[in-house]
Design a protein around this ligand. Structure first.
Ligand code: ZN
Ligand code: ZN
Length: 61
């Protein structure tokens, strides 16, 4: 089985995994390999910025 298309989270990177819960095709950045879930399912509260690919923390003034 192969995943084609782009990540449904960032729509930028090539999708490499499929979420076991919602079936979304996501890239390695937006897939929790421990849980087998996309970031939306692994983190339903959305506490983390799914679009953050680094550890850059915005500075609040
Ligand atoms: Zn992504
Ligand atoms: Zn999901």
């Amino acid at each position: 089985m192969s995943v084609t298309g782009v990540c449904q989270v960032c729509e930028t990177r090539e999708a490499e995994y499929v979420c076991h819960r919602c079936g979304a095709a996501v890239c390695s950045v937006h897939f929790d390999q421990d849980e087998g879930l996309c970031v939306h399912c692994a983190d339903p509260d959305g506490n983390s910025d799914v679009f953050a690919e680094g550890d850059d923390v915005p500075e609040f003034r």
